[in-house]
Design a protein. Structure first.
Length: 128
C-alpha cells in the first residue's frame, strides 16, 4: 500500500517528475538519459522513482523486463500542494500574508501589476 504523499517534492524528486510530466511515461533508462545536468546514475534514478511510487506520485507497469513509470499527480497538483505547505509553515495558513510578502519583496512590471489588479477585482466581486 502506498504511503501518504508528502506535501512537497524534494529538488531531486522534482527533476525526475519534470521528465515524466514532459514524456507522459518513461523507463528508468529514459528518465536517466533525459534528467539533464548534473547527470544521475541509473540506480539513483531507480531508487528515487521507487520512493516516488511509495509516496503516491508515480505508478509503474511492466514492459518485458523494464518498468515504465507514469505520473499519478499532475504538475499543477504538485505546485498547489507546495504552496499550501508554504502557507501552513510560514504564513499561518493566510494567503493574504503570503501575497503581501510576495508583493513587498518583488519588483513588478506594469503587466504584472495589471494582472494582479484584475485578479483582486475578481476576488472582490466573488466575495460580495
Amino acid at each position: 500500500m502506498p504511503r501518504k504523499s508528502s506535501a512537497v517534492l524534494t529538488d531531486h524528486e522534482l527533476r525526475l517528475m519534470e521528465v515524466l510530466w514532459k514524456l507522459g511515461n518513461a523507463t528508468v533508462a529514459e528518465v536517466t538519459a533525459r534528467v539533464g545536468s548534473p547527470p544521475l546514475a541509473y540506480n539513483t534514478v531507480l531508487t528515487t522513482l521507487r520512493t516516488l511510487e511509495q509516496k503516491g506520485y508515480v505508478a509503474h507497469d511492466e514492459d518485458g523486463r523494464a518498468f515504465v513509470y507514469t505520473p499519478l499527480v499532475e504538475r499543477s497538483q504538485a505546485a498547489d500542494s507546495a504552496v499550501r505547505h508554504v502557507l501552513r509553515r510560514f504564513f499561518g495558513n493566510s494567503p493574504g500574508q503570503l501575497a503581501v510578502s510576495l508583493l513587498d519583496g518583488t519588483r513588478l512590471s506594469d503587466e504584472d501589476l495589471a494582472r494582479i489588479a484584475k485578479a483582486l477585482g475578481r476576488k472582490r466581486k466573488a466575495s460580495r
